[in-house]
Design a protein around this ligand. Structure first.
Ligand code: PFF
Length: 457
């Protein structure tokens, strides 16, 4: 089969470092900074961390190396990759291609919210964002401003994608990722020196077994699995696309390990920023951490308001979030652009313009869903929540499940192994990959798919 496979695309990453930084940029996003810390705090701190780490090196590793191997071996984006392995899997091409089309627009809408906060802090007006949340609800409830910030974020993303893989994505990742790491470490060091921060660190890192039952353990594992998926940019076509741009002589196994270390490291550090800070300024009230989505846009501004140097830390923090969101939105948009280029045989510019138009239309639905059309609901949800729900809770687990069936049972794990061995002598995780793809990952996917319904009941 290998002889029939195409080599990696002519347009691609120029170096292994470029590939790893771009893929890590995709993985490190809003999920790490906003979602991970509050999930960890909610699900028993250290226990969540431990389960997450175990899942990252087993389940996450297997799915990520599989997706990158599929991309590199077929040289295609998701719209052609799966069916070129087995023609019966053509529907999977379409399903996987639909995921980034749904996610990119609303991700850019949230990116716009982050830009608004960054501008507010940089202009020295961070105090206006503090309070009971009126600033946030007032902002997203006014159609004009969120639309403008969404547009700016979208155009910035598109500008990078338009420049291409090596000149745009690789170059910007090599600049943005080191800045992102420096900001994360710098802010974490600062918040850890705050008086009383150690109680927050203990709450975040030490396992809390109080009232911990088997049912709770299952719930924690399901939450960790869902987060892993989200965080590692799996089942949304990104890793297949980036894999198709990867050089044939760079080690797949080593690259995946490095991406994982990056992604998990930034998530854990983000928790070290947020949990102790919120803990200190809420007077040790753990409930403040359960603010969910409001944590970043409502709780944190209050924390910065009360903090010495809050203006600088607030600006640095929202710059960090904006960079993380931008490198992720770039990867999402590149995935859509590569699908359009491949499917319709058009040039990058035409594909970018088409993608922009799709994003504008779907993104405006999310923007207006909080303002003029707040009365309109899709299965009881606002547009943005609906897009998030069908992509993350339904389509992505199904894509991952079908990928496991395709590679675990139809093409066999050998398919991945052969691609790994193109660039290294030995594949140490061979047995792990096989067990994961055949048995563990499919069961995990079914658990993720069923959890929302079971918890409803
Ligand atoms: N992995 C990125 C993050 O953690 O934010 C990107 C991403 C995840 C985008 C999930 C969209 C999504 F639904």
């Amino acid at each position: 089969m290998a002889s029939k496979d195409r080599a990696a695309k002519s347009a691609g990453f120029g170096s292994k470092l470029g590939f790893v930084l771009a893929a890590a940029g995709s993985a490190v996003g809003l999920g790490n900074i906003w979602r991970f810390p509050y999930l960890a705090a909610k699900y028993g701190g250290g226990i969540f961390l431990l389960i997450y780490l175990i899942l990252a090196v087993t389940f996450g590793f297997s799915l990520m190396i599989t997706e990158i191997a599929i991309g590199r071996r077929t040289g295609k984006s998701v719209i052609g990759a799966y069916s070129s392995i087995n023609r019966h899997f053509r529907p999977l091409n379409l399903l996987a291609a639909a995921v980034p089309v749904i996610i990119t627009p609303y991700y850019c809408v949230i990116g716009g919210w982050v830009l608004k906060y960054l501008c507010t802090y940089a202009a020295g007006q961070g105090s206006t964002a503090a309070g009971d949340g009126a600033f946030f609800t007032g902002f997203i409830g006014s159609a004009g401003q969120p639309a403008v910030f969404f547009l700016v974020f979208l155009l910035l993303t598109a500008a990078v994608v338009m420049l291409g893989v090596e000149k745009g994505i690789e170059r910007i990742s090599k600049f943005m990722m080191p800045v992102l790491v420096l900001l994360t470490v710098g802010i974490a060091v600062y918040t850890l020196t705050l008086d009383g921060a150690s109680a927050g660190v203990k709450y975040y890192l030490l396992p809390n077994f109080e009232g911990f039952t088997f049912a709770k353990l299952l719930k924690t594992a399901a939450a960790a699995m869902g987060q892993l998926f989200y965080s590692m940019s799996l089942a949304m076509g990104i890793m297949v696309t980036y894999g198709s741009y990867m050089r044939k002589d760079d080690s797949l196994e080593q690259s995946v390990r490095q991406i994982e270390i990056f992604d998990t490291g930034i998530a854990v550090l983000a928790g070290l920023i947020i949990v102790p800070a919120v803990f200190v300024f809420s007077g040790g009230d753990a409930a403040a951490l359960n603010a969910g989505p409001g944590l970043m846009f409502i709780t944190l501004p209050n924390v910065f308001e009360a903090m010495a140097g809050g203006r600088i830390i607030g600006t640095a923090f929202f710059l960090l979030v904006a960079l993380a969101a931008m490198t992720s939105s770039i990867s999402l948009m590149e995935t859509v652009v590569s699908i359009i280029m491949e499917k319709f045989h058009v040039k990058r510019l035409a594909a970018c313009v088409t993608t922009l138009l799709i994003c504008l239309t779907l993104g405006m639905l999310s923007v207006l869903g909080y303002s003029v059309w707040s009365g309109v609901k899709v299965i009881g949800m606002q547009f943005l929540d609906f897009f998030d729900f069908i992509s993350n809770n339904i389509m992505m687990p199904v894509v991952a499940l079908l990928t496991c069936l395709l590679i675990g049972w139809v093409a066999k794990p050998r398919y991945v192994e052969e691609e790994v061995l193109v660039s290294q002598k030995k594949f140490s995780a061979r047995a792990l990959l096989s067990v994961m793809l055949k048995f563990v990952c499919p069961v995990c996917m079914i658990i993720i798919l069923l959890t929302p319904f079971v918890t409803e009941i």
